[in-house]
Design a protein around this ligand. Sequence first.
Ligand SMILES: [Zn+2]
Ligand SMILES: [Zn+2]
Length: 172
Amino acid sequence: MMLAINSVVVLATVVAMEGFAWLVHRYIMHGPIGWGWHKSHHEHTDGLFEVNDLYAVVFTVLAGVLLTFGIAGVWPLRQVGIGLMIYGILYFIVHDGLVHQRWPFNYMPRSGYLRRLVRAHQLHHAVHGRDGAVSFGFLYAPNIDHLKALLKRNRSALSRRQRQDRSGALKA
Ligand SMILES: [Zn+2]
Ligand SMILES: [Zn+2]
C-alpha cells in the first residue's frame, strides 16, 4: 500500500513540476528578477554552457536538499525529490536534447506529440526579448495554431507599446 502511495507522490510531483516550471519560466525567468540569467538562452551563445543553466543547478540542489531530508525520514520529501529528479531528466532529454540539440540527439520527430512539443518551444524562441513570448511549458505543448495566434497578438501589442513609448519620449 505504501509503495502505491509513494509512487503516486512521485508521479504527482512530476506533473506538478510542469505547472511550477511554467510559472517560474513565465514570471521569474521572463520577469524582472530572473531575466538576467535566462537572457542567455534567448540569445546566441558560443561555448558549451549558458548562464541560464544555473536554473538547472538551483533545481538540482533543491532536489538534493529534499532527498537528504527524505532519506533522514521526513515523509514524503524523498518521493518529492525523486519526482523533481525525474522532471529534471525529462527536461534535459526534451529541452536540451530534442529541441535544442545541445548534445547529439540525432532524432527529430516528424509528426505526433513530440513534433508539437518541439514546434511549441521553437515558437517560444521566436521572441528574443523578455516580453511577448508564448509557450512556457517544457513537457506540455498547447495547440500550435493557438500559440501562433497568441504570438501574433503579443507582437502587435508589443509594437503598439513601443510606438507609444517612442511618441511619449518625443513629447517629453
Ligand atoms: Zn524563455
Ligand atoms: Zn529553449
